[in-house]
Design a protein around this ligand. Structure first.
Ligand code: GNR
Ligand code: NI
Length: 175
């Protein structure tokens, strides 16, 4: 169990196309555990392996939408290995996105409102489900990471440059 350093823009590793996972091994399950530690610590609702420097088609996610009687979030961890997106809806939806690799910066991104997702879980079992709402948004955001794409790539150059400027300003202030 370990919290791993998160790769941030403009690190060129975020531009890599991640490779399919050939086999679900114990070593991969260790990486998955570390990715959950890292995601919950951040905190974030999703994390792609390349965000911890590993160019594999592996995503962890927990939207943490439900809470117990004490208001504590109920953990619903999900693992996506070699995910594929099928049948993206024509209907679009807008969500204010953030990214652990672009810390504390947010912008509205339009994406298909629903999609079908096919993936393997941490036991190597195949799944095929329809996603909508935040789940659809988040899986598409994570799938982008596997292709070397970050959410600001979906914005106009003006908006993207504004975010990168704000990020650099925040980094200079923190230094
Ligand atoms: O923690 C995260 N929040 C988030 C909010 C809206 C849309 C997508 C996300 S994913 C992000 C974590 C992250 O960077 N995953 O790659
Ligand atoms: Ni991200």
């Amino acid at each position: 169990m370990a919290i791993l350093p998160i790769v941030e823009v403009p690190d060129p590793r975020l531009r890599l196309i991640s490779e399919p996972v050939a086999e679900v091994t114990d070593e991969l399950r260790d990486l998955i555990a570390d990715m959950f530690d890292t995601m919950y610590d951040a905190p974030g609702i999703g994390l792609a392996a390349i965000q911890v420097g590993v160019p594999k088609r592996l995503i962890v996610m927990d939207l943490q939408e439900n809470q117990d009687e004490d208001g504590k979030p109920i953990r619903e961890p999900r693992v996506f290995i070699n995910p594929e997106i099928l049948d993206p809806a024509e209907e679009q939806s807008v969500y204010t996105e953030g990214c652990l690799s672009i810390p504390e910066q947010f912008a509205d991104v339009e994406r298909p409102a629903r999609c079908r997702v096919r993936w393997l879980d941490e036991n190597g079992a195949a799944h095929d489900e329809l996603f909508e709402g935040l789940l659809a948004t988040c899986i598409q955001h994570e799938m982008d990471h596997l292709q070397g794409i970050v959410f600001i790539d979906h914005l106009s150059r003006l908006k993207r440059d504004m975010i990168l400027k704000k990020l650099n300003k925040a980094r200079r202030a923190a230094a």
